[in-house]
Design a protein around this ligand. Structure first.
Ligand SMILES: [Zn+2]
Length: 381
């Protein structure tokens, strides 16, 4: 077993794994591919291969370095994520560039994973260019993006480019089953994740995520009148707050872990500061993702009703709600209202990228949904 086993073993991924094991690994990489093609998982496997203690160049997946890298808790592997819609130039100038000039703290390589690298604006991309041109021997940059054309040509030309391929639903199901998931969970996870291999993996591994999704989608059954919309919104917001709080508690553990690993020596204050900033970004990002999950789930539910009206049970996403869907599909609600409901959910989801007021956005969305698609029957109690 090693870190590459969990990835879909395409020719491209095998090629990356081979290059990690070779001498003179490239210092700048650009991983491209559609959502869910395994870009982030590949980046983590690369970072693990570079710093693994027991299988250097491969990544055993279980040594202390690998397991911390895979949990995103290694002091030499830095994850840069967008803040709201952008990766601001300040983050590149103040965090990435100075950090890239320091030697690794404990590993062989310092690794920077820049997710959604296309969200670096031009200033940020230009700022990082010089560092990519003259990399330290022990620094590796892994840029990750869906959109090749939005990464400046000057950056692309300095990176080794990897095109990851989308993974078919049948292949995702096969991989999840190989990994020990029961058939029904594998099918549901593959369908709900809409071809996103990484997401399907986390759904199949953690049944709580599927439960939570089902609970959030079921909020649609309670939207009889405006007051219900406010109640449902409050419940969702509370749910998300407590998930964020949970992550915050985990972060406290990580701060303690870092303090223990570093003592009071060289660079301690800097590392603590960087960690605090990373944690803040992580929480903001988690909140955005959770609202996205809830709204995406609701959108898929209204889309399923439309699919069923057209007789396409095989096009249904929420296979775990199949028993409820016929009642909804029989409602005297025009298709147009269902389309508008889907649209409303997707627009609200997009608005979280630009720092919307969460409570307000969710309340107004639920109000609109209760008007557009009132549920079939009153749920007692
Ligand atoms: Zn290892």
């Amino acid at each position: 077993m090693n870190v590459w086993d969990k990835l879909h073993r395409s020719r491209v991924v095998e090629g990356v794994a081979r290059q990690m094991a070779s001498q003179g690994v490239a210092h700048a990489w650009l991983l491209l591919g559609p959502s869910g093609s395994g870009k982030r998982a590949t980046a983590l496997s690369m970072a693990a291969a570079l710093n693994c203690e027991t299988l250097p160049g491969v990544g055993c997946g279980v040594c202390s370095a690998c397991s911390r890298i895979l949990r995103r808790r290694h002091p030499d592997v830095h994850h840069i994520l967008p803040e709201g819609p952008l990766i601001p130039v300040d983050v590149i100038r103040e965090q990435v560039i100075p950090e890239a000039s320091r030697s690794p703290f404990e590993g062989r390589y310092k690794v920077f994973v820049i997710e959604e690298a296309d969200r670096m604006n031009e200033a940020a991309q230009n700022a990082i260019l010089k560092t990519l041109e003259e990399p330290q021997a022990d620094t590796v940059f892994i840029l990750v993006s869906h959109f090749e054309q939005e990464v400046l040509e000057t950056i692309r030309s300095r990176c080794r480019i990897v095109h990851l391929e989308p993974v078919s639903e049948a292949r995702i199901i096969e991989l999840l089953e190989e990994d020990g998931a029961p058939r029904d969970i594998a099918v549901l996870a593959a369908r709900v994740s809409e071809g996103d291999f990484e997401r399907a993996h986390s759904l199949a591994e953690d049944p709580n995520i599927l439960d939570r999704r089902r609970r959030w989608v079921a909020l649609s059954t309670r939207l009889h009148e405006p007051s219900d919309a406010f109640d449902a919104a409050a419940e969702l917001i509370e749910d998300i707050k407590s998930a964020v709080k949970e992550r915050e508690d985990l972060q406290k553990g990580e701060v303690a872990e870092l303090a223990e690993a570093m003592g009071e020596g060289r660079g301690t204050a800097h590392a603590r500061n960087a960690l605090a900033k990373r944690h803040k970004r992580e929480l903001r990002r988690l909140e955005e993702d959770l609202y996205g999950e809830a709204l995406g789930g609701l959108a898929s539910f209204y889309r399923d009703i439309l699919a069923l009206r057209r007789g396409g049970e095989e096009a249904v996403t929420n296979l775990d709600l199949l028993d409820r869907l016929p009642d909804w599909s029989a409602l005297p609600i025009p298709d147009g209202a269902l389309v508008a409901a889907v649209d409303r959910c997707l627009k609200a989801r997009a608005s979280f990228r630009v720092n919307a007021n969460a409570a307000l956005a969710i309340e107004s969305t639920f109000l609109e949904l209760s008007r557009l698609v009132p549920p079939p029957e009153r749920v007692p109690g």
